[in-house]
Structures are given as C-alpha cells and as structure tokens.
Write a protein that binds this ligand. Structure first.
Ligand code: MN
Length: 187
C-alpha cells in the first residue's frame, strides 16, 4: 500500500499541465536497477542523486555535487521520491516547484554491495556500486543522526575509480544529449 502512495508528494508538488516533467507512475526497470544524477540549475545549482528502489527513484539533493575523493563527505538531503521515467528528463521547468534547467549529468546502473538497497535505506547506511559514465565503483550514503532525519552524507569509497579529479568541472555536460546547461536552457 505504501508503494502505491510513494509518489503522492511528487504529484502534489507539480502541475502537469505546466511542467514538462513526467507524471508519476510507480514501475520498475526491466533489467538492472538504475541511478541518475541530474544537474539542476534551480534557485541554487545542485545535483539530484537518484537510486531506483521499489519502483521509484529515491532522491537526494546534493548541494556541492558528488566527489570522487573519498575524503569528501557531501551533504545529501533526502527529497521526495521521483518516478522512474524522471531518469530521462532533461529540459526546462518553466515555473513553480523546481523551476530551472535540468540536465542528465550521469546515468547508469546500481547494485547494492552487501545489503540490498532497500534494506540499506531502512538502516540508514547504504553501500552500492555505480556503473555510470562519470561515477563508477563503490559509494556509500549514510544517514546522519537517526531514523527520519533527511540529512545523509554521500561518499566515494577508496577504489580504482576514486581520485582527486573534480569531475563536476572536468565533465560538466549531459550524458544524454552532450549538451551544456546553457544549450539546454536555450540561451
Ligand atoms: Mn533539484
């Protein structure tokens, strides 16, 4: 029952006759679980980090964006679940909630390392392997304080894909279209 209602907040926040964002339908990937990172030039630029769990994209807003450096702990604030179709959304939200330009900055598959993702989410400690074009290897998301807290930390684990390269600067453009934020915005 909870599953069916998991996109309620997503739908309540949006007017689908005004926004090009996809409507909310709970469904799972046909194959492997997916992840997406969307660069979102809203009132303040941030990166939305989304992992497929239970037929939706569990979502965190990461103000500073992901880092390949295991020393960096990036604040990730949990936001409302998004529909799976959102992973393909790139464009301009004209007005209202989230107004601004959205880019598919990275996309790929995700698998739980150790615990399955849904169990890690419940425990507030998720370890997973990303296979994207920019983000790869072992990562973790750890909830601060206790259950119900919206603040998590996104961290790269030490492995062959870790490093000091600032991937936000070296690879700024869309993996979907190759476009820059400016190209997507259209000015
Ligand atoms: Mn956002």
């Amino acid at each position: 029952m909870e599953k069916l209602d998991s996109l309620r907040e997503y739908k309540e926040k949006r007017k689908f006759d005004k926004t090009p964002e996809p409507a909310g339908i709970v469904k799972s990937s046909a194959g492997k679980l997916i992840f997406v990172v969307q660069k979102h030039d809203a009132s303040r630029l941030h990166y939305d980090f989304r992992l497929e769990i239970d037929g939706v994209l569990k979502s965190w807003a990461v103000p500073k964006g992901p880092s390949l450096n295991p020393k960096d702990k990036r604040l990730a604030v949990m936001t409302e679940d998004h529909p799976l179709d959102y992973a393909d959304f790139e464009g301009v939200i004209p007005e209202g909630y989230g107004a601004g330009t959205v880019m598919v900055w990275d996309r790929g598959t995700v698998e739980g390392a150790g615990d399955p993702l849904d169990k890690g989410l419940e425990k507030g400690h998720m370890s997973f392997i990303l296979k994207g074009k920019k983000l790869r290897g072992d990562w973790s998301l750890v909830q601060l304080k206790g259950r119900g807290d919206k603040n998590w930390l996104l961290m790269k684990k030490q492995d062959g894909f870790a490093g000091e390269e600032d991937v936000l600067v070296s690879k700024p453009d869309s993996v979907l279209s190759g476009k820059s934020l400016k190209d997507i915005t259209g000015n």
